[in-house]
Design a protein around this ligand. Structure first.
Ligand code: HEM
Length: 152
């Protein structure tokens, strides 16, 4: 009888442990990458975003002289960057933001135009506010490495 109770206790303890761990697993939020819709959704956002930069009357000048192949490479580097930075299974294939933007003399107002295009695309794709804000916060962390002319 004592053994039976002790086995019952063990089973109860294991059950409680399994229940607790599964609750923790269920409570864990999906990565931003997953919540954004994964690789295809991120690619579509970046594709649209980059085309807006290339065609913008102010920042478009920055991308003059890039042929189709360079533009495709720019898009791929940004897809991988967003994918990796949001917890997706991609490898960053670009060099650091500081290295690649240093010396371009990028103004704060240009950064705002670029960030504004991303906001517009996220709205166009109906990305929910939470995910929208999380992605913009990640992009915001790059600002000090990209902007050289604050106040302009
Ligand atoms: C908003 C955040 C930004 C992100 C996430 C971003 C991302 C990138 C990436 C991944 C590259 C490719 C780097 C490489 O070749 O290894 C790049 C290059 C470049 N970015 Fe940005 N960038 C941002 C803001 C800006 C701004 C504000 C400007 C200027 C208006 C700008 C202008 C450029 C230019 C001119 C290049 C070089 C293109 C080339 O010749 O290959 N970027 N950027």
């Amino acid at each position: 009888m004592k053994n039976l109770i002790s086995s019952f206790n063990k089973v109860a303890l294991v059950s409680i442990f399994l229940l607790a761990t599964s609750t923790v697993v269920l409570a864990q939020e999906k990565s931003l990458y997953e919540r954004l819709g994964g690789y295809e959704a991120i690619s579509a956002v970046v594709d649209d975003f980059a085309d807006r930069l290339f065609n913008d009357e102010v920042v478009g000048k920055r991308f003059f002289g890039m042929g189709d192949d360079s533009r495709a490479g720019f898009k791929q580097k940004n897809i991988n960057l967003v994918c990796a930075a949001t917890g997706g299974p991609c490898k960053i294939i670009s060099r650091s933001a500081k290295t690649t933007h240093q010396g371009l003399g990028i103004k704060a107002s240009e950064f705002d135009i670029v960030a504004g295009h991303l906001v517009d695309v996220l709205n166009k794709f109906n990305v929910p506010k939470k995910e929208h804000d999380e992605l913009m916060a990640i992009i915001g962390t790059l600002r000090p490495d990209i902007v050289e002319k604050e106040g302009e």
